[in-house]
Structures are given as C-alpha cells and as structure tokens.
Design a protein around this ligand. Structure first.
Ligand code: ADP
Ligand code: MG
Length: 493
C-alpha cells in the first residue's frame, strides 16, 4: 500500500514536471520500478526514492523527472526519501538509506561462538594448571617452609613427591632429633586447623587437626603441665626416636594467647584412639592379643636400649606406661605416647637426666618400690624396671578382652576390684606393697597357648623385687619366639 502510494507520487511528479520546463538538458537515467517501460528513461533529472519497510528492507524506485521542480527532490520522512541528480545514469547506483546488512552465518559464528569456545579453552587450561600447581605446592610446601626458616637441611630433590610422613623421615635421617627444625615446626603448628576434641587427659586436651589435608593429633597442655610439654619437646628434638611403635612426632609450639601461654604438641593421628579406648569397644582373638603385646614391647625395647653410633640414641625410660598412653594404629599394632615424664640415660656420655617434672606417674600403674618410696632414683635400671611392671598390667588389660573358648571379660583397669575409681597413693600402697596383691588371672587363660605364655610373662613383670623382673628385651625375644612358632604351626596345618 505504502509502496504503491510512493510510486504514484513519483509518477505524478514526473507528469506535473513535464508541463513546465526551464533547463532543457536531458539525461539518460536508470529506470527500475513498476512505472518503467524499460531499464532506462530520459528526463531532466534522474531520481531514486527509497522507503524503509517494516522488516528493515528498503523498497527502491529509480526513474527520471521530466521537469526541474525543486520540491520533487524534497520529499523526506523518517521512512521515505527521494534524491535527484543531473548526469547520465547518475541514479544507477545511488542509494539513500544505508543498507542494513544481515549478519552472515560465518560472522555470526565468529562473533558469538568463537569467544565462548576461546573462553572455555582458557578456563579448562586454568583449571588444569591450578590443579597441577596445587598438587605441587602441597608437596613443596614444606620445602618453602625451609626457605622461610632459612634452614637448608633437606635437599630439594628429596622433597618433590613427599608427604608429611616422608619429609619427617628425611629430617629424621639428617637432623639431630626426630622431627623438623624449630622454625619449620612453628610454621607447621600455626598452619594446623583444629577440627574436633578427641580426648581430655589429666593435664590437657587432645584434638584432631588437619595440616595440608592430613590428619594430625594436637595435644594442648594445660599451663600446670608445662614441664611435660618441655620434656616431651626436648626428647623428641634431641633424640632420634622414629620407630613404628613410638608415636610419631611432627611439631611442638609455644604461643601466647590472651596473656596465657599455649603449649602444643603435634603428632601423628590414630583414629582408633588409645589402647584404653580400643579395649572398651573391641574384643580380640589370641592372634590380635599377641600382636598388640608384641608391638608394645617392641616400642618399649626401642625406648630402653641405648643405640651407639651416629644414628644412635640414649636409653629412655617412660615412667608413665599405661593403656591410655598407648595408641592403636590402623594395622592393629600399638605405639607408645606421652614422653612427658621420661628419663634419659647414656652409658657413653655417662649421664642420667631425670628432668625436673613435678608430675608423678599414674598411681594405679605404680610399681611397689615407687609406692613404698624405696626406688633408687639415681639408677636408670630402676626406671626401666618400673616400666616393665606397668607393661605387665597393660598386657593383663589386653588379655581380659581376648576371647578364649567363647569366654571374654569386660574391660577393667588394673586393681579395679581392690581400689576406688581414683585411687590415692595410700590405697595403692596398701594393695600392692602391704597386701602384695596382683591382678586376678582367670582359669580360662591357661587353655590358650598365647594367653598362658602372656600369663607367665605378666607374673615375671610383677615380682616385688625389681631386679627379679624380666627385662623388656627378654620379653620381646620370648614373644617373638612364640609368634614365630605360631606362624610356623599355621603354615604346617
Ligand atoms: P592422658 O593424660 O590420660 O594420658 P592424653 O592427654 O595423653 O591422656 O590423651 C587423651 C586421649 O586423647 C587419649 O586417651 C586418646 O583417646 C586421645 N589421643 C591422644 N593422642 C592421640 C593421637 N595421637 N591420636 C588419636 N587420639 C589420641
Ligand atoms: Mg597421656
């Protein structure tokens, strides 16, 4: 409709113009539209009219004006316009409205899809690089800590693929003590996140924490037990103590928070908790029972013996051995913890270092000579003998939880039947020294090879006379022989 009216307008202009006439020059013009009788026309002016249609397309008419009227070329609205020119075919390529180009499919792809694809490629690359670097930085974070402390103990090439455990092993063979250099320990400690409290002891709390995604145990000492922290820190840092049956040390740290001192000891974390916890929840078969007893004596022998040479260690007596200070590992072996009361002895260096901890051992596990105060505090041998007494009590706790002929005892602590819940020194002294009582041995234990062997050992740990007791080394040898003979018999069957 609009197209037709514009065309009629053009034609009427052509007709009206022809009746006047001033400049008589005629031009050949391009003619395109329904009014044309061919591709060309002759007139005094060439013209083009354009009209913008709704779909953004242009309706264009070309032709000739036979008159020279100025208003002919002045028709202009938002959507339509006419233009004139005066030369041959000057309207041939003339356009008015700029062509609205339809984007081509290829350019559409370039404009929209390409940036998205590029973005995705870059994002994938970033994620990949981030993932790679994160893995590397986790592995190398301890190496960076070494830089932080300006300590160059570990060769960088040994750090590459190591976990915390591997690195600790590296330090163990290069440093003097069992762990990391002090500055590294402090840095590690301050990067630990506490997750949950797993136990409250007599003198503090134990938390499960994480360091770089690995579980660690954090023992937070109360200020009244700072001497235990000092002693344990000192021993772990001066003595090469890494052994599968001694709790693995990671770091020690002292911080000042709200004007009070916080003392942390960070060690390996063992999900099963202490042997005390473990025995409450689990019963054992004789094999497990022997494995627990063997692993504890292996740890105790490692403490008790002095090892000579560059990788050597002085002899150490624990002085607070009990089921709460022994942890159960995932492989059902034990490791000995809590060296806060330990004494150190060296034959070569000829010294006995008993520390200056006012704490005493756990009364329930005290040997008769400690209870009647006849113990020779100047002799290292006597400290080892008190450990052997306590070992016998721990083995008794383990044996009670072992199933023999379908029978098993409840978990009970030693002397549960003769002293109160929190026995006093005097309570224990009366039972152990005066009455010379020993834990009860059920008759069923003699029915089993393991339990009867362990019973014999227990009895030899509990002699009143300290020097009559077995040594840890002797116990270890006896139990290893028993273990080997059992394994041999199993193979023969
Ligand atoms: P206590 O003072 O009675 O010897 P501790 O303070 O040594 O007790 O430990 C309290 C409890 O925390 C333990 O009985 C045990 O359940 C838990 N615990 C201690 N150390 C660890 C560890 N390294 N991994 C897991 N649990 C631990
Ligand atoms: Mg403890």
């Amino acid at each position: 409709m609009l197209q037709t009216s514009l065309w009629i307008l053009s034609i009427s202009i052509v007709t009206a113009a022809s009746s006047r006439g001033e400049d008589n020059t005629l031009y050949n013009c391009t003619c395109h539209g329904e009014h044309c009788s061919g591709n060309t026309c002759i007139g005094k002016r060439c013209f083009v009219t354009e009209q913008l249609l709704e779909n953004d397309q242009v309706f264009r008419v070309r032709g000739c004006f036979t008159t020279n009227l100025p208003e002919q070329c002045n028709s202009k609205t938002k959507v339509s316009e006419a233009r004139c020119c005066s030369s041959h075919f000057c309207n041939a390529n003339m356009t008015i409205f700029p062509p609205k180009e339809k984007p081509e499919v290829t350019s559409l792809v370039l404009v929209t899809v390409l940036p998205i694809v590029l973005f995705l490629i870059i994002a994938v690359l970033f994620i990949f690089l981030f993932w790679k670097l994160r893995g590397k930085s986790r592995k190398k974070s301890l190496a960076r800590l070494i830089d932080f402390g300006n300590i160059d103990i570990v060769n960088a090439s040994t750090v590459g693929d190591s976990t915390l455990g591997d690195l600790l092993d590296d330090y163990c063979t290069t440093g003097s003590g069992s762990g990391l250099p002090f500055l590294v320990q402090r840095t590690v400690a301050r990067q630990v996140t506490l997750v949950e409290c797993v136990g409250k002891g007599r003198y503090g709390e134990v938390w499960r924490g994480t360091w770089q995604g690995e579980n660690v145990a954090v023992k937070i000492f109360s200020s009244r037990d700072e001497q235990s922290w000092f002693r344990e820190t000192e021993i772990y840092n001066t003595v090469l103590l890494r052994h599968e049956n001694i709790l693995g040390f990671i770091a020690s740290d002292m911080t000042s928070r709200n004007s009070s001192t916080q003392l942390w000891l960070i060690t390996h974390y063992h999900d099963s908790g202490s042997l005390y916890d473990y025995l409450q929840r689990n019963t054992l078969n004789p094999e497990d029972c022997l494995q627990l007893a063997v692993s504890i004596i292996c740890g105790l022998v490692h403490l008790h013996v002095e090892i000579f040479g560059t990788q050597g260690k002085p002899a150490i007596a624990h002085r607070d051995l009990k089921s709460r200070n022994i942890l159960v590992k995932a492989n059902k072996e034990c490791c000995i913890a809590d060296l806060g009361l330990a004494v150190i002895h060296s034959q070569t260096g000829d010294y006995l270092d008993i520390g200056n901890n006012p704490r005493v051992g756990t009364k329930r596990y005290m040997a008769p000579e400690v209870l009647d105060e006849t113990v020779r505090t100047d002799s290292f041998e006597s400290y080892k003998q008190t450990d052997v007494w306590a070992y016998g009590l721990v083995v008794w706790e383990i044996c009670r939880r072992t199933i023999i002929n379908g029978m098993v005892e409840d978990y009970k602590p030693p002397f549960y039947d003769v002293v109160p819940h929190d026995p006093s020194f005097e309570d224990m002294k009366k039972v152990v020294c005066i009455d010379q009582q020993r834990p009860n041995i059920p008759n069923t234990w003699c029915l089993d090879k393991v339990l009867s062997a362990l019973t014999k050992i227990m009895r030899e740990c509990w002699y009143q006379s300290p020097s009559a007791r077995l040594t840890a080394l002797r116990i270890k040898k006896t139990l290893n022989n028993l273990k080997n003979s059992l394994e041999q018999r199993k193979q023969e069957c």
